[in-house]
Design a protein around this ligand. Structure first.
Ligand SMILES: [Fe+2]
Ligand SMILES: [Fe+2]
Length: 228
């Protein structure tokens, strides 16, 4: 797998020894997202659609891994990561069906909450990583895209676990939280094998993810006030 990471990007001088902390952890949009979670959880039929949207994002994550990697790059680690993301999609779907009394079976738009905006969020990150790399390197693109998404998941899911517990669904995200944390650690270790992913590049990509997350949060809040 590491044969792909010895790309033309390599330069010992610029190599990253550690990945800096994301500065987005308590941004206004994060607090707004937390507010959104607390609010939507009070309205089961809308909440079910939002849970289904998270299921869609998890599904897109797993599909992206399989579609973006060449067969010779698929290792046990990648297969495990893919299987876990599929299971996350399944967990959110099961919960969506439970909360919504079985009404959100598919990923059709009427079963989602800001489904198009969620897909746009995912695609923005994936495309921005590819554009910034400036050359086709599926492995590096996978690592960067996954890093950004795992950082966000690790920020959001533990809080969401508490919100779900407060409306009668405790413990459903525990395994997901543990696995996303482990994915983040794995990805961080892999990225540190690649040089040079400079702090400046990561800062820039995190800013793009942060802006996409802010747009997604704004859409969610707008749709919630419209739908209620
Ligand atoms: Fe996941
Ligand atoms: Fe993950």
């Amino acid at each position: 797998m590491n044969t792909q990471s010895t790309s033309s990007l390599k330069s010992a001088d610029e190599s990253m020894r550690s990945i800096p902390e994301s500065s987005e952890l308590k941004s206004p949009s994060v607090l707004e997202f937390y507010d959104f979670l607390r609010e939507i959880a009070k309205t089961p039929h809308l909440h079910a659609r939002f849970l289904n949207t998270l299921s869609l994002l998890e599904y897109m994550g797993s599909r992206k891994i399989l579609k973006s990697q060449r067969a010779e790059s698929i290792t046990l680690e990648l297969l495990s990561h893919t299987a876990e993301e599929i299971r996350h999609a399944q967990t959110f779907k099961k919960l969506a069906l439970k909360v919504g009394e079985g009404k959100v079976e598919s990923y059709a738009q009427e079963h989602l909450f800001c489904g198009a905006e969620a897909a746009a969020y995912f695609q923005t990150i994936d495309q921005s990583a590819a554009q910034h790399l400036g050359h086709p390197d599926p492995w590096t693109n996978y690592l960067l895209t996954t890093l950004l998404i795992e950082e966000r998941a690790n920020q959001i899911y533990p809080f969401y676990e508490d919100v779900l517990a407060s409306v009668g669904y405790p413990g459903h995200l525990k395994l997901i939280v543990r696995e996303e944390n482990s994915h983040l650690q794995d990805i961080t270790a892999r990225i540190e094998e690649i040089t040079p992913l400079t702090p400046a590049l990561l800062t820039e990509l995190r800013a793009i993810e942060g802006a996409a997350f802010t747009r997604f949060t704004a859409s969610l809040r707008k749709e919630l006030s419209r739908a209620r």
